[in-house]
Design a protein around this ligand. Structure first.
Ligand code: DGY
Length: 324
């Protein structure tokens, strides 16, 4: 008999087909995530769980699933999963690094460009019939070419963004908890302590995972260090930025603009105060949303899940300590 697994959202067809070859699948076939209580009920008889970043996978849920052999997250970030609880229960947790790096870096750069050149406002201006003539001061933006970009978090995506920015002759600074001298010389980038990076950068792009240390990293004090012309880009996790501090910084002109793909809360309600600001653009967490990247993410999640079911080491495991 094939193992029985729970999948918390529809998967791209190729990934679903490969999953069906190795297990019997129950899928939450809706556009919004399954409620927590539903997941708890569904995992009772399952040997594996394939989940998304919108699902809260905590100790209670794991305890409701006595047969659970593997948790496979279809995303690179996994702050929605209590990994410590999984490790304590001997359950490996998989994620999908690598296959969304370029899509996410492309999108971060697209947000940077859109904010710098006020593309959202320009589109609205034309659609609203405001376009009367060519004007010397119409919708002036900021230069990207030659400007200073500060990258906070020099993982795969941060490095991929640096490569894109070099093509625009940007001066690139980075901050990370560990310095990476080889990457510095390969990419021609300079390390700065975070506060110095914030002071010097025209654009600041966030690429850190969400942890206790990075929650609220961008707070009032940090915004106060930034240039009044600076633009903040966030494609990491919403709670890395304090939303009230961001509102005040944008409202009071402490920084010029923000472009977010991730927010706190998520989804951002349409009546949220941030959405009243003219100097903010928000996308609905779609930085990795290309057909190629999402297919590869789902394939990698299935690969992790199948390995876990076979009792093999997950190819992409976030808690390798589970293997002793
Ligand atoms: C991730 O994978 O963590 C992104 O936020 C969604 O692709």
């Amino acid at each position: 008999m094939k193992p029985f697994v729970y999948v918390t959202r529809r998967l791209p067809e190729p990934a679903l087909q490969s999953l069906l070859q190795v297990c019997e699948v129950e899928i939450w076939d809706h556009d919004v995530p399954p409620p927590y209580e539903v997941m708890v009920e569904k995992v009772v008889d399952k040997e594996a769980l394939l989940c998304l970043l919108t699902d809260c996978i905590d100790a209670g849920l794991m305890d409701a699933a006595p047969r659970l052999k593997v948790i496979s997250q279809c995303a690179v970030g996994y702050d929605n999963i209590d990994v410590g609880a999984a490790t304590a229960r001997g359950i490996p947790v998989g994620n999908t690094p690598g296959v969304l790096t370029d899509a996410t870096a492309d999108f971060a750069f697209a947000l940077l460009m859109a904010a710098a050149r006020r593309i959202g406002e320009a589109i609205d201006y034309v659609r609203q019939g405001c376009w009367q003539t060519w004007g010397l001061t119409l919708l002036l933006g900021q230069s990207v070419y030659g400007a200073t970009l500060g990258i906070v978090g020099l993982g795969r995506i941060g490095q991929a963004l640096a490569r894109r920015a070099s093509g625009f002759d940007m001066r690139i600074l980075y901050y990370d908890t560990t310095r990476q001298p080889e990457v510095e010389s390969e990419l021609g980038i300079e390390y700065r302590p975070l506060e110095d990076l914030l002071r010097e950068s025209d654009f600041v792009s966030l690429h850190v995972g969400l942890t206790d240390e990075t929650q609220g990293l961008m707070d009032r004090r940090k915004f106060a260090l930034m240039k009044p012309t600076a633009i903040l880009v966030n494609t990491s996790r919403g709670p890395v930025v304090d939303p009230e501090a961001l509102y005040d910084a944008l409202h009071e002109g402490q920084i010029a603009y923000a472009a977010l793909d991730v927010t706190d809360p998520e989804p951002l309600p349409a009546d949220h105060q941030l959405l009243t600001l003219p100097n903010l653009i928000v996308a609905p967490h779609i930085a990795s949303a290309t057909v190629t990247s999402r297919n590869l993410m789902a394939a990698r999640a299935v690969q992790n899940l199948a390995a876990g079911l076979r009792g093999e080491r997950l190819p992409y495991c976030v808690n390798p300590e589970v293997y002793g």
